[in-house]
Design a protein around this ligand. Structure first.
Ligand SMILES: Nc1ncnc2c1ncn2[C@@H]1O[C@H](COP(=O)(O)OP(=O)(O)OP(=O)(O)O)[C@@H](O)[C@H]1O
Length: 541
């Protein structure tokens, strides 16, 4: 691990200004340490050799200690602010980037791992900013100042420190390599734990039904044990490294003390200088030793930030900038020879698929499960990039257009309705936030959900509504948009025949272009044209 990840400085402006402030505070702290040692040595030597008073020295020391206290406070405030700003900026960037990468990329990620990363994971950056980075700056500034000043009094002592000091970073690096792997393992164990817990909680009713709920106890225990072992491993390494660094520093200071003592006995060194060197010697090692300790506290945060950069460095699909999207009320949509292969899959999900959807048409996509029907919708929405082939509208390829502007042409009902916590009205209004209550009611009625009250509560992921109600709310949401084309993934699944007939009538009545994935005969029969995916055949109804 690099001491400071340049990507962190590049991605988070707060980290840069924080580093500058830390250097200023670090240099001032270094100076104060030297002043404090000189004052102490002067005061003690004055009392011992000349019986001088201590009032002046005590006053000076009080001033130095108070100023050092102020610097520590300033450092803490700056660090906490920087950590908060960096975390918030990284969270925002990851969320924005994930949105740009789209739902298909997200479905390949483990959502609970991503959630852990964006919450608890990034919080581990606090010690990195509050402890590790300031200490790193102190380690770079204080020893240089201290050794320089020691050299003015005793070159041998300064030389001893210069020779022994590098041992600390060398041992730190060795321990660091071992820690890094441990930290990654711990982060991974935490992600697995979160994922497993989320899965178990979400699937508890099913697990209970199949009598497997008890069996989960041992699975949870196994995953928790893995996390505990990984955490204990990190702690063991942290304690061990502190011990090693402490031992190294103590032996080095003892070496300096022996040299100083011998010179003092020989009369080659005055008492004041000897005292100054002895007081300063541990100060040269202290910042480096503490960097070692803080490194462990911050390693989890650094591992989390690496995970953040993995997400941020996932390349975005190349999309154009044009905003003059052709009006699909008058232009046809074409798919020419579209082949899609999902990452990690050998078989194409869609192979050389052609389709034309004319304005105002209702087209049904049918075909066996897994044939690629939902993929056709994903291609049109720009969520997946075809390996070959092109989507064309009004003579231009779809990927020339800015994705959000392009998507405004579509109202979409995905296979999973994706409702959020709130009320029915909140969810329908996602289609057009400024819509009036009457418009929301019309959309609900058209979607065959006229019986649902606007203020009916909706739980997370659409809970509190039946499966069929969720679908109709999602359809009302798509209908409320001004989009000329509706892309519907099995819009009547889970509806009874009457509700289905109402939905079909509602859809036909809008006069909009509809491309729908359809399995049910009534829905297929309602289409102007039926296209079979997978068989590459076009059937006119
Ligand atoms: N995000 C993904 N990553 C990898 N493979 C995927 C992904 N989404 C779909 N697939 C695969 O691509 C193929 C086509 O999937 P798609 O969902 O388009 O089929 P479908 O015809 O809509 O199926 P169904 O009728 O069951 O909904 C399937 O083999 C599926 O396993």
């Amino acid at each position: 691990m690099k001491p400071v990840d340049p990507r962190l400085l590049r991605r988070a402006r707060a980290a840069r200004s924080f580093l500058v402030a830390s250097v200023v505070i670090g240099v001032a702290s270094g100076l104060l340490i030297v002043v404090q040692a000189v004052l102490l040595a002067h005061g003690i030597a004055g009392v011992v050799l000349h019986g001088a008073g201590v009032a002046g020295v005590a006053l000076g020391l009080t001033g130095v200690v108070a100023t050092r206290g102020l610097l520590v406070w300033a450092q803490e405030v700056v660090a906490q602010r920087a950590a908060a700003a960096v975390k918030s900026s990284l969270r925002k960037q990851v969320l924005e980037h994930s949105l740009k990468l789209g739902p298909v990329w997200l479905s390949g990620e483990r959502s609970s791992a991503l959630t852990t990363l964006l919450t608890k994971g990034l919080d581990d950056l606090d010690p990195y900013f509050a402890r590790y980075l300031p200490q790193l700056v102190l380690a770079a500034t204080v020893p240089a100042g201290v050794i320089g000043w020691m050299g003015t009094g005793d070159l041998i002592a300064a030389g001893t420190v210069v020779v022994t000091l590098p041992l600390i970073p060398i041992f730190m690096a060795l321990i660091g390599w071992a820690t890094q792997a441990h930290s990654r393992r711990r982060q991974h164990a935490l992600a697995v734990l979160a994922h497993h817990f989320a899965d178990v909680v979400a699937g508890l009713p099913t697990l209970k039904l199949f009598g497997r709920a008890k069996a989960q106890e041992s699975a949870v225990r196994r995953v928790t044990d893995k996390h505990r072992v990984a955490s204990m491993g990190s702690l063991r390494l942290a304690f061990l490294s502190s011990l090693v660094l402490e031992l190294l520093a103590s032996i080095s200071v003892a070496l300096v003390a022996v040299g100083v003592g011998l010179q003092l006995v020989d009369g080659k060194l005055g008492l004041e200088t000897a005292l100054m060197v002895l007081i300063l010697a541990p100060e040269a090692y202290l910042p480096l030793r503490q960097v070692g300790m803080q490194f462990h506290a911050s390693a989890d945060g650094v591992a989390a930030s690496e995970e953040v950069f993995r997400v941020l460095e996932t390349p975005l699909p190349a999309r154009g900038e044009r905003t003059d999207v052709p009006d699909l009320r008058v232009n046809s949509l074409h798919l020419y020879d579209v082949t899609v292969r999902y990452p990690g899959r050998d078989e194409p999900a869609l192979d050389g698929f052609d389709l034309e959807v004319r304005p105002g048409e209702v087209v049904a996509l049918t075909g066996p499960s897994g044939a690629g029907k939902s993929t056709v919708l994903s291609v049109l929405l720009g969520f997946v990039e075809p390996e070959r082939g092109v989507v064309v509208a009004g003579g231009s390829a779809a990927d020339e257009f800015e994705p959000t502007v392009w998507r405004r042409q579509f109202g979409w009902v995905p296979q999973r309705p994706g409702l959020r916590m709130g009320t029915v009205a909140d969810n329908v209004r996602l289609g057009r936030p400024e819509a009036r209550d009457e418009e929301v009611l019309v959309a609900l009625a058209t979607a065959g959900a006229g019986e649902l009250a606007l203020d009916k509560p909706v739980g997370e992921q659409g809970q509190l509504l039946s499966g069929g109600q969720q679908r109709r709310v999602a359809l009302a949401r798509a209908l409320l948009t001004d989009a000329p084309v509706l892309l519907l993934d099995e819009p009547t699944a889970g509806l009874d025949a009457d509700a289905e007939a109402a939905v079909i009538a509602g859809l036909r009545g809008t006069g909009r272009t509809v491309l729908m994935v359809a399995h049910r005969p009534a829905l297929i029969a309602a289409a102007d044209r039926v296209v079979t995916v997978g068989a590459r055949e076009l059937v006119n109804a």
